[in-house]
Design a protein around this ligand. Structure first.
Ligand SMILES: [Zn+2]
Length: 60
């Protein structure tokens, strides 16, 4: 369990309390470099898409 080390879900760099925020759409930490960028939005859509796919697969 690596609950103490969190990574920015956009750039995969380690984040710390003072240089990151929680993205409430996906409930994952995002560093201040990526916060509010186009990349962040694309990654959010990607993650939400893959979650949706998982639900679709359960219907078979
Ligand atoms: Zn980042």
């Amino acid at each position: 369990m690596e609950s103490t080390t969190k990574k920015c879900f956009v750039c995969q760099r380690e984040t710390y309390k003072d240089n990151s925020e929680l993205n409430l759409d996906v409930n994952l930490p995002v560093c201040t470099n990526c916060k509010g960028t186009k990349m962040e939005k694309e990654k959010v859509l990607e993650l939400l898409d893959s979650l949706a796919d998982g639900f679709v697969c359960g219907c078979i």
